[in-house]
Design a protein around this ligand. Structure first.
Ligand SMILES: [Zn+2]
Length: 477
């Protein structure tokens, strides 16, 4: 028997088989059940997520001898012809290569004839956005007054290129990228049937690499079977597709969250030497921090996140180390990086500088956070800090115990190299304290630059400010 690629062999043949597009399937089934079938349908979405598959199933549902039915039999002549792509009543046209007005005229003429062995004449145009302006005009004419037996199905990856007049004559369905969890699950089923052993991390890596496209995932599986045989591990997937291992990605995220710049640079060096795709890495980091941000905001509820169990466990571990405002800032840095990497010659330099900024951002305490913590201290009966809401440094400096408030406001306002700034002893003492436990700086600051005034640094109010800031670098950008 001849070999059929996985994507074709496993193309869903019924509505039940369609993965990850429940909203579309439900509407189409309802339309058939209620016999409210529109003249034209438009399927919108990125490649490889099921547009053509849905169009074919819908065509079978309409033209099956049992039809219109939600459950096309799959064995009658119309069903088999449509599945094989050679039904006389269903024409599949590629909009990219049939984009001229004459092509649309041919379609218009063909669709006038009554169906031969189905109930409808169905015209499916893939990549319909590729039609020329005059072709669209001709199509619009046809859509305005089609014969009752004519149905149009369109698919596109770029809906913004389709005239509004055409869209408004269609029922539009926006197909979603398929979740990593659903793709992994489907691949696991296929692998079991094909008698291929694939580890969980390998499945996850394939699904990650496919970016929501089932066809890409299935083609990747095909390629990997050809590459490795009947046993696939994560490393095989990573090698073939230039992806980064889940564990390395997680280590990098953790290093950024902890402000551990040396480790960030070491990991980037390893990945670059291993020939990993640094742009791809950036996209994966964006996805990860985005998940982390949503996880933090939803307080651990993960229903709306597309996660496998392993990924969810990772977020649970990382969440206590992360502050939502810092993660948001890291995300902004990474998104900016992604935009600039497209044009960059030296991707590694850009990546390194951006990740250093991200690692710094992770350790920065926002001004709001400082004020919040100072207020908390005051409520606890500290009394030694500036009144709630007081931001202006000069006013605060004259408040009763000057050391604490001056230290707080100065350290908040001063730029990064706080300890060396020519400022009062109180500022220096507090600054040193505040900087102390930043991992990159702790050694040098603690040993070679002891607080110049131990007396002030030892004051309870100053100590409390330093403790309240959790030993983080205070840096207002
Ligand atoms: Zn049938």
């Amino acid at each position: 028997m001849s070999y059929t690629v996985i994507a074709r062999k496993w193309r869903p043949q019924t509505f039940e088989d369609v993965v990850g597009q429940d909203h579309v399937v439900r509407t189409l089934r309802n339309a058939i059940r209620q016999q409210r079938i529109a003249q034209a349908y438009l399927f919108v979405g990125p490649r490889g997520i099921g547009k053509t598959t849905l169009a074919r199933i819908f065509a079978k549902a309409l033209n099956c001898v049992e039809g219109p039915t939600e459950n096309p039999c799959g064995v009658c002549d119309p069903c088999r012809e449509i599945a094989a792509g050679n039904s006389f009543d269903v024409s599949e046209i590629d909009g990219a290569s049939n984009n001229k007005v004459e092509d649309i005229h041919a379609i218009r003429d063909g669709i006038q004839y009554a169906p031969v062995n189905g109930k409808f004449r169905i015209c499916y145009i893939d990549e319909v956005h590729m039609l020329s302006q005059s072709a669209f005009n001709a199509l619009l004419k046809t859509l305005e007054e089609p014969p009752a037996h004519a149905k149009f199905l369109f698919a596109t990856t770029e809906v913004e290129k389709i005239p509004a007049t055409v869209i408004s004559r269609c029922q539009r369905f926006d197909l979603k990228r398929i979740s990593v969890a659903l793709i992994s699950e489907r691949l696991r089923m296929i692998a079991a049937d094909e008698k291929i052993e694939v580890s969980d991390d390998a499945l996850l890596a394939i699904a990650r690499g496919a970016e929501g496209g089932m066809r890409d995932a299935q083609s990747a599986l095909d390629q990997l079977i050809a590459f490795t045989g009947a046993h696939i591990e994560e490393d095989d997937v990573l090698n073939v597709f230039g992806l980064v291992a889940r564990k390395t990605l997680e280590a990098l995220v953790l290093a950024i969250l902890r402000g551990d710049v040396p480790n960030v640079l070491k990991l980037v060096d390893e990945l670059d030497h291993a020939g990993k795709d640094l742009r791809r890495l950036t996209v994966e980091l964006i996805n990860h921090f985005r998940n982390l941000l949503v996880y933090l905001h939803l307080q651990g509820k993960t229903d709306s996140l597309d996660l496998t169990e392993a990924q969810e466990a990772t977020l649970k571990v990382q969440a206590p180390e992360a502050q939502a405002p810092a993660v948001l800032q890291i995300l902004e840095i990474l998104i900016d990086l992604d935009g600039r990497l497209r044009l960059a010659l030296s991707r590694r330099t850009l990546l390194e500088t951006a990740l250093i900024r991200a690692a710094r951002a992770a350790r920065v305490v926002s001004l709001e956070e400082i004020l919040r913590r100072l207020n908390e201290l005051q409520k606890q009966g500290g009394g030694a800090v500036a009144p709630a809401g007081t931001i202006a440094p000069p006013a605060a400096a004259s408040a009763p115990p000057p050391a604490a408030s001056a230290a707080a406001s100065r350290s908040a306002a001063a730029p990064a190299p706080l300890a060396s700034a020519p400022a009062g002893a109180a500022t220096q003492a507090a600054a040193t304290q505040v900087r102390e436990s930043s991992p990159a700086d702790s050694a040098t600051t603690a040993s070679s630059q002891p607080p110049p005034n131990h007396e002030i640094a030892a004051r309870p109010a100053v100590q409390r400010v330093a403790e309240a800031l959790g030993g983080k670098i205070v840096d207002i950008q």
